[in-house]
Design a protein around this ligand. Structure first.
Ligand code: MN
Length: 232
């Protein structure tokens, strides 16, 4: 048994629908600009190769079924944006996984929010610097319970939507992903060896916008457990 000079951090984990055991989180990969209408609203057009950024595993905030999770309004920003996303949870890892085999590596799916300090991200983009301060900040990755893939229905064609204080902000369909999940896994696993416990935030549709303290976000993907998150 190892001894450590400081207390090791706890394992970050997410509840699993119908199971007492939880899903331990290894890494959080995120896909940028993966719905055409969102790419356009961010000032881009056309199909570019997929690109990725990461969030730390401990950016996860679990929004459990039927409950309202709370996240603080983060520091340093005046423009906190919501991005509703389908999240895939990797059950078996690998490198150079082909798209045709990719979905066998998926344990299940969840609804997630890629919360973004848009002003800081924009400033970093302008300066050609890393996005970390805009994307990978503390508590930036709310997520709902993971539904095992076999129980998730036809997730590739599921509606995805987000309401803020009861009003529609984002509404689209997973079928509109530029790079679908299988293709995303092919690209990701060429660049990194995927590991069990990895999460993939697959990208957000159009309609991203600001939220402020006191707002309640309610997000869903058909077939999965919806999430409710309040900005404290
Ligand atoms: Mn995103």
């Amino acid at each position: 048994m190892n001894a450590y000079v400081i207390t090791p951090p706890p394992t970050v984990s997410v509840p699993v629908v119908g199971r007492a055991e939880r899903f331990p989180v290894h890494r959080i990969y995120c896909v940028g600009r993966n719905y055409e209408e969102h790419a356009k609203e961010m000032g881009f057009t056309g199909r570019e190769p997929p690109f990725f950024f990461l969030k730390p595993a401990d950016a996860i905030v679990v929004a459990d079924a039927g409950q309202t999770a709370s996240i603080p309004y983060p520091s340093l920003t005046q423009n906190l944006h919501h991005e509703i996303e389908l999240v895939a949870a990797i059950g078996t890892g690998g490198r150079n996984i082909k798209a045709a085999d990719a979905l066998q590596h998926v344990f299940g799916y969840a609804v997630g929010l890629d919360m973004t300090r848009r002003d800081l991200q924009g400033e970093m983009k302008k300066q050609g610097r890393p996005w970390c301060i805009g994307k990978a900040y503390d508590q930036s990755a709310p997520i709902g319970p993971i539904t095992p893939a076999a129980q998730a229905g036809n997730i590739a064609k599921a509606a995805i939507w987000l309401q803020v204080n009861g009003a529609d902000r984002q509404r689209s369909n997973v079928g509109k992903l530029i790079w679908n999940l299988a293709e995303t896994i092919e690209h990701l696993s060429a660049a990194w060896e995927l590991q069990p416990g990895d999460l993939i935030y697959t990208g957000t549709p159009e309609g991203v916008n600001a939220v402020v303290s006191g707002d309640t976000l309610h997000g869903a993907v058909d077939g999965l457990v919806p999430i409710t998150v309040k900005i404290a």
